[in-house]
Design a protein. Sequence first.
Length: 429
Amino acid sequence: MAVATQTKPETTNPMLATTLALFDSAFARLELNEGIAAIMRQPEVELKVNIPIVGDDGRIKTFEGYRVQHSAARGPSKGGIRYHPDVDIEEVRALAMLMTLKCAAVNIPFGGAKGGISCEPSQLSQHELERLTRRFAKMIAPILGGKRDIPAPDMNTNEQTMAWFMDEISSHQGYYSPEITTGKPIILGGSEGRTEATGRGVAIAAVEMMRKQGLPPEDARVVVQGFGNVGSYAANILSEEYGCTIVAVSDITDAIYNPHGLDLAAINEHIKYNRFLNTYGVNGEVDHITNAELLTLDCDVLVPAAIENQITEKNADQIQARIISEGANGPTTFAADAILNDRGIMVVPDILANAGGVIVSYFEWVQDLQFYFWEVEEVREKLHKKMVKSFDEVWHAAQERNLDMRSATYVLAVERVANAIQKRGFVSN
């Protein structure tokens, strides 16, 4: 069969360029009908809206919002909504495609979607954020639904955002619809264990790779870039449940390092009251370093859990970690990935490592549809089982096809989506 070739000019967005390059590489290995590639390279639905709200000062403010549904071949579209000044249509396209592949990689019955609003949430009051969220929900409501497209929290959004979103859509429909969003407060149909799920999945993925490499977790020194929701849960779970030593963490203000191990309990307490790391350790118990220095520290495991494009061709040859478990979406560029592979660094890619969030979102959706809810122990047990099974499937695919973990994950995911498209008859022979 003909091998798929790229049908559109290269994007200037690094994340979208990396995603498409990895997709094309996987598709070429599979040697599937190139018409399937044409379908999968493009989103099914894109919606851009201009969102007006009345600010607290009485003036009208306008914001650009997006919702992209990449694929519904394997089930309803699923994906987060982020609030950030850099949100644009190409970033949202990339993230929607990654969600399709992520859901396929861990074999849950969702397609991928993503959304966002270009805004600086720190400059908006709580009332303005609520108005913005409700207006956005109302404007994109025609393409949403518990069996069509299900939003979730993402960068700078949270369970309160999803509560507003769910309430607005429910009001629009005229009945209570908890299944319309995931990542909600538990009292409104959210799932136990959802807040920690992405970080827990990253930790499980890291530990599985340690075991494959013959590294006892209790002997592992771990560096975590990004001590937000994902990074902080990953760090604490790796430390408390697996005995790893966390030697460095960072946030948007600072990075702190102690080669003998950080006191995570003290750091957690500090963050609770002071929010940022740049005021921690004033008595000299830690070294304050840059984020760039943190990425190249001597360690066993590196968890990039901040933002995209952190490991590039400029620093990939300086990474000293044996294992990388990607907590962020797209933290490693395509060129950097090749360098890491050549150096023998084992990477658990984002669409596998950070899939814990969407797995428990799937659990939440199932619970909402049944109006029957699980205890946190059951959620954690099911998540662990799903993550380990998914990791093992990718590991075996990598061994059988002589591929690195990222390539194997993409091949497995692309193959599952392509098969769904063919079985549904979107393309006739």
